[in-house]
Design a protein around this ligand. Structure first.
Ligand SMILES: CC(C)(COP(=O)(O)OP(=O)(O)OC[C@H]1O[C@@H](n2cnc3c(N)ncnc32)[C@H](O)[C@@H]1OP(=O)(O)O)[C@@H](O)C(=O)NCCC(=O)NCCS
Length: 197
């Protein structure tokens, strides 16, 4: 990783303290609300803000689905520079099991993206858990809404997201156009929106 990236990471992490929270024993700041899907995740995992040590695993996890066009590809540099936007689920050995990213779209709206769970651990509540945690970070940052682009429609519906037209997010449309122009294939995905209580 470029030394500048590591420096930026360090600054990013210092600029905003980590907000650790553990599955089923969450602190009051995060996952304070009842979270049914979390109860299916193993109690020994921790959901927390991403750290430098997670970057390579994060990159591998996201890009394993980018190869199938389910997620956009991410470089280690991209993830490192945006590290404080990532939330991860890790096991006791530090293995990254799941992740989600939060990107500011406007002062009130953020996009939830790069939601991924290790293939062998899907269907156990980790995806729901990490998205709820990313939403909590969004609330703490003052966002009132989040949106997501995904083929995993049932997943987002189960988390109280509602379908919304993509044209509500013209900058996202423009970004997709730029990516397609650069040769990245974008599958047509549904757009979902959720108001953060
Ligand atoms: C989509 C993904 C993140 C879901 O994570 P997960 O840990 O398997 O999902 P969970 O176990 O937390 O499931 C939460 C809910 O979504 C539902 N769900 C999850 N995946 C689903 C699927 N493929 N089809 C239908 N329902 C699904 C579950 O049934 C559950 O609903 P319930 O609470 O009513 O029982 C995971 O399958 C994944 O990594 N997919 C590849 C990458 C991707 O497509 N990411 C989304 C784009 S941002």
């Amino acid at each position: 990783m470029h030394p500048l990236s590591i420096y930026a990471l360090f600054v990013h992490n210092l600029a905003e303290p980590l907000l650790p929270f553990t599955a089923n024993t969450a602190g009051p700041a995060l996952l304070a609300e009842p979270c049914a899907p979390c109860s299916t995740a193993a109690p020994s995992v921790t959901v927390r803000r991403a750290q430098l040590v997670d970057v390579l695993q994060l990159c591998a996890l996201v890009n394993s689905y980018a190869a199938e066009k389910l997620l956009l590809p991410r470089s280690t540099e991209h993830i490192a520079l945006a590290l404080d936007n990532y939330t991860v689920t890790v096991d006791a050995g530090g293995r990254v099991l799941a992740c989600a990213a939060l990107t500011e779209y406007s002062p009130s709206i953020a996009e939830i993206s790069s939601v991924a769970v290790l293939r062998e651990l899907q269907g156990r509540g980790y995806g729901a858990q990490v998205v709820l945690a990313a939403e909590q970070v969004a609330r703490q940052r003052g966002f009132t809404h989040v949106f997501a682009m995904s083929l995993a429609e049932q997943f987002f519906l189960s988390l109280d997201y509602r379908p919304t037209p993509l044209h509500e997010y013209p900058e996202k449309v423009a970004r997709y156009s730029d990516l397609e122009a650069s040769g990245i294939e974008i599958l047509p995905k549904s757009c979902f929106r959720k108001a953060l209580a």
